[in-house]
Design a binder for this molecule. Structure first.
Ligand code: ATP
Ligand code: MG
Length: 415
């Protein structure tokens, strides 16, 4: 049996670094009022159609959907923001009119061609700051992405930022872009020609050389922005300057999702190949209203954990877990009495492994050596009969039989 294409098991040897990522993020985000939220993995298909947009690759080509027994069209979530906006509305999180700062960590699903750093089930860590239009909210979230990535040992990335304006500005720009590109239609790559009708902004991302050449003289989104958009963008940039967060302005950065406006940004690693975007985000001021909630501005980002791991896996050292004790037992009395020993160890927070092999004591002790534990606790027939227990130091040639009543004090002294 093999796992499904594009999915991976996270084995115990890998899971420690995942725990480290989660724990580090939790610490950083708790300090500045972000609270974790967990939304369902399945949602109504229409949620993503209405938010991410029908013309986007994510909804158009990449979504896992199915009909359930009640004839509902269900989707496995391809990203987190739409679900959180839905949850914000359905749980009336807007009732107290306070800014909601939320974060999440979990699996997402997209039917894509699996490659290094691209899976069908992958994981995102993301934050959403909901309820503020102030450019310092944009600054806060960008600063936090930067902080988390640095803390996790990832610093070899570049921040690219752009303003994609509001719906009207983008609409006017879209017309101008289409008009310009139509003149060169036959010279565009095949994919871009298709996009010309359904999602012309995605052409700006094209990796095709000829297409990029054509784009060099294309109208620039920036020139279509009005004062309000420009001021917002300037304020975000000034704040980042003040914080000494390096970034570059990329006028072609539009992001693949329909719901963004104003600020859009990406963090791209220099160490990764074509799947180089570790973090993507932006402002989405109309999404919540569009989904039926109150008019609520918001800004957020998502980090792709698998891609982050490609960058940090060699730098993060997580120690192999070695237990303090290994427990060997012999005889049926010992196998009962051992539970009392275990209770004592647990209370004292001493780690242990109980031998389950049912083999001779000598074999169990061999296993204890292999486990690299410090001490083997031996509960044989003789020990049990006398309320004793034997401690065998596994890295020294030394053992000692003591009363069970003194065990914890002894372990406190020697561990
Ligand atoms: P890409 O251009 O690489 O397809 P995207 O624009 O589709 O990325 P977003 O929707 O912005 O990605 O998701 C945010 C982050 O999630 C990405 O920057 C990336 O790190 C990660 N990500 C997205 N799709 C996948 C995937 N299929 N496998 C692994 N990570 C992914
Ligand atoms: Mg994608």
């Amino acid at each position: 049996m093999q796992p499904l294409r594009g999915t991976k098991d996270i084995l115990p040897s890998d899971v420690t670094v995942w725990q480290y990522i989660y724990q580090t993020t939790l610490e950083i985000l708790s300090l500045c009022s972000y609270q974790e939220i967990r939304t369902p993995i399945i949602e109504s298909n229409s949620l993503f159609q209405r938010s991410i947009g029908n013309a986007t690759d994510i909804v158009n080509k990449e979504m896992y959907t199915f009909m359930d027994q009640g004839e509902r069209r269900i989707a496995l979530r391809p990203e987190g923001t739409a679900s959180i906006a839905r949850s914000f509305i359905s749980n009336k999180l807007y009732q107290d009119s306070k800014v909601k700062r939320l974060w999440y960590f979990g699996p997402m699903f997209r039917y894509e061609r699996p490659q290094n750093g691209r899976q069908r089930q992958f994981h995102q860590l993301g934050i959403e700051c909901i309820g503020s239009i102030d450019p310092i909210a944009d600054t806060e979230v960008i600063r936090l992405a930067n902080k988390i990535l640095h803390k996790l040992g990832c610093s070899s990335y570049k921040i690219e930022i752009n303003s994609i304006g509001n719906t009207e500005e983008r609409f006017t720009y879209k017309q101008a872009l289409i008009e310009y590109l139509l003149k060169y239609e036959k010279d565009l790559d095949k994919e871009s020609r298709k996009r010309l009708e359904i999602n012309p902004f995605r052409i700006l991302d094209s990796k095709n050389k000829k297409t990029q050449e054509i784009l060099n003289d294309a109208p620039r989104l920036n020139d279509y922005l009005n004062t309000e958009s420009l001021n917002h963008f300037d304020a975000v940039c000034e704040n980042l300057n003040y914080l000494n967060i390096e970034y570059s302005i990329n006028n072609k950065l539009v992001r693949g999702l329909d719901y963004y406006n104003y600020t859009a940004f990406e963090m791209k690693s220099k160490e990764l190949g074509s799947q180089d975007t570790i973090c993507g985000g932006g402002r989405y001021d109309k999404l919540i209203k569009q989904l039926g909630g109150p008019d609520t501005p918001a800004v957020g980002w998502a980090i792709g954990i698998e891609r982050l791991l490609l960058v940090i896996q060699n730098t993060v050292k997580t120690n192999k877990k070695i237990n303090q004790t290994y427990i060997a037992t012999q005889g049926s009395n010992a196998k009962q009495r051992v539970w009392d020993i275990i209770h004592l160890l647990e209370k004292e927070k001493i780690s242990f492994e109980l031998d389950l092999s049912n083999s001779k004591l000598i074999k169990q002790i061999k296993k204890a050596y292999k486990s690299e534990a410090k001490i083997c606790l031996i509960l044989g027939d003789k020990e049990t009969a006398n309320e004793n227990i034997t401690l065998k130091w596994l890295n020294e040639n030394h053992q000692e039989t003591i009363s069970i009543a003194n065990l914890i004090q002894k372990l406190r002294d020697v561990l």
